[in-house]
Design a protein around this ligand. Structure first.
Ligand code: NG6
Ligand code: CA
Length: 533
């Protein structure tokens, strides 16, 4: 047996060895966690730290009973972060365990972008597959597809199924970007071959109206951008032609992906097959289009209504796990890809209707910002039999850590192939309240800062975006000497303590430079590539 085969063989042995140890039903707290039969990661979109009841939202304004129940049954993390303050790079980091600023081209992607995860990169779903879990992603992808120009009328590859997902049912990018169709695995669903899809992010197709000049055709008016193609009466980013039978129904999308996830859960539960779900719901991103069941169900207008819709989807997933007898054997993680935004390009009254609600909780700013509101997000871990219900944890963790953490759970001896993901299994179990020593804070821009303990440091010149709307933010820069914030005393990041603590500034500055330069762990990556041969 050559080296690569022997590694492959040992990988398989590990995989099969892992399966008999799956947890038995029961809620006693165990010393070493048994392997969950299922892992469900719920990634909300643009949901802020303060948008749900258990993180401070007023339940009379925005009721989120299902998410609050997760909190009561698990651990509420107060110091967890998405890797950045926008979608694509946060999701890139979550799946690949690599800081997105290490790689060119990981900013917000158009809907026709090439996939930014290489098929030979280690990923979280590949790890789950290796250890015997069936893996699936439902909802928003936004990590690109294919290798260059995409032909939407044929099989599109590479895609999610080439980086570790056995099944995928996705929107290519976002609800506000074309093409407005669902892809099941590598193909557009319900496509009529006689009505092929064409997509352009440069120009419209002859004879088709655009949202800029045809406002009378819009049921939802744009406030900035979102005035290219008109699909279902909503202006989008980018132009598309054809594919009429394949167009999604905006109001039904949340139910659609939830039902898909429910079917996947039921199928695998019945087959006694362990599984991993990445539930990438599009709520509460724009365009906010709640199903009629949720219209008016919050007191914060449509943005609150889609939060109620999100909560309903979470509740239905949990109910399904219950019905399948799996809720005591499933690790559920609930989080959001970045902080909140009110007006993100549609005139949906989100600003006017946001009465007395604080989407970022105690923090300042939101989506797109390097301030805490941009990336301090809800992070709930429900893990019966492992974590004590109703805990709160201050452990500093990053969504990107789930790769190394889940690998450590599945195989404590395995070397992590992930460059920046850290194993914080003890924090997830509620046994470590510290978490990371350092976390790199990153906004939508390439600029980075660093958090350690209660301190956050932004180097001189770092652009700081202050505001909670897509447009109209106040821009400033970290002053000469940098910005040093004591997050415990000053969650709104108003008092610069840099001149008072030059030693801390120096230490954090050097550490930031060191982490920025630190090379990818090539040794582990090489081993991983062999295992995967
Ligand atoms: C911005 C869009 C915004 C949203 C965002 C991506 C405009 C004016 N704004 O460019 O609406 O789509 O990109 O959001 O077009 S994210 O959550 O996917 O990162
Ligand atoms: Ca987002």
């Amino acid at each position: 047996m050559n080296k690569s085969n022997s590694l492959l063989f040992s990988g398989l042995l590990l995989a099969t060895a892992a399966i008999p140890a799956f947890a038995q039903a029961g809620t006693e707290i165990s010393k070493t966690p048994k392997l969950p039969k299922a892992v469900v990661v719920i990634f909300a979109d643009d949901l802020g730290y303060g948008d749900v009841g258990c993180y401070g939202a007023d339940p009379k304004k925005i009721p989120t009973p299902a998410i609050d129940k997760l909190c009561k049954q698990g651990i509420k993390f107060t110091d967890a972060y998405s890797t950045t303050s926008v979608c694509t790079p946060s999701r890139y980091a979550f799946l690949t365990g690599q800081y997105p600023w290490r790689k060119e081209g990981t900013g917000i992607l158009p809907g026709d972008a090439a996939m930014i995860i290489d098929t030979d990169q280690p990923t979280l779903p590949k790890i789950m597959q290796k250890y015997g879990y069936k893996t699936a992603v439902f909802g928003k992808w936004h990590l690109g597809l294919g290798k260059g120009k995409i032909d939407w009328n044929h099989s599109i590859s590479p895609g999610p199924n080439d980086i570790g997902f056995d099944e995928s049912c996705i929107f290519a990018a976002t609800g506000d970007r074309v093409p407005c169709v669902i892809l099941r695995n590598d193909k557009v669903e319900n496509l009529d071959p006689n009505d092929p899809i064409e997509v352009s992010y440069k120009h419209n197709f002859p004879g088709l109206p655009n949202g800029k000049d045809n406002k009378d055709l819009l049921k939802l008016m744009w406030s900035h951008g979102h005035n290219n193609a008109i699909i279902n009466g909503i202006g989008r980013i980018g132009f598309m032609k054809g594919g009429k039978a394949a167009l999604w129904d905006d109001e039904k999308n949340a139910d659609f992906i939830t039902n898909e996830a429910i079917q996947f859960i039921k199928r695998n539960a019945q087959a006694k097959q362990p599984f991993f779900v990445y539930f990438a719901t599009h709520d509460i991103h724009v365009p906010r289009t709640p199903d009629k069941r949720f219209v008016g169900k919050s007191k914060c207008g449509v943005r609150g209504d889609v939060t109620v819709q999100l909560d309903d989807c979470v509740g239905r997933l949990m109910k399904t796990l219950d019905e399948c007898g799996l809720s005591n054997d499933t690790l559920v993680i609930f989080t959001s890809d970045n902080g909140p935004v009110l007006d993100d390009g549609y005139a949906d009254n989100a600003v006017k209707d946001n009465v007395g609600h604080s989407p970022s909780g105690p923090f300042r700013a939101g989506k797109y910002s390097i301030l805490e509101g941009g990336s301090r997000v809800p992070f709930i871990v429900r893990w019966p039999g492992v974590v004590k219900p109703g805990m709160e944890s201050k452990a500093l963790i990053n969504q990107m850590d789930l790769g190394a953490t889940l690998l450590a759970l599945l195989d404590p001896k395995a070397k992590s192939p992930f460059p920046d993901s850290e194993n914080h299994l003890l924090a997830l179990e509620g046994k470590d309240s510290k978490g990371r020593d350092y976390h790199i804070v990153n906004s939508s821009a390439k600029m980075v800062g660093i958090r350690s303990g209660k301190w956050k440091y932004l180097p001189a010149g770092t652009p700081i975006r202050d505001g909670i709307n897509g447009l109209g933010a106040k821009m400033s820069r970290a002053p000469e000497g940098g910005l040093l914030i004591d997050l415990e005393k000053d969650p709104k990041e108003l008092n610069n303590l840099a001149s008072k603590h030059p030693d801390i500034v120096k230490h954090l500055h050097n550490k930031l430079e060191e982490i920025k330069k630190s090379p990818v762990n090539k040794e582990n990556l090489r081993e991983y590539a062999l295992l995967d041969d």
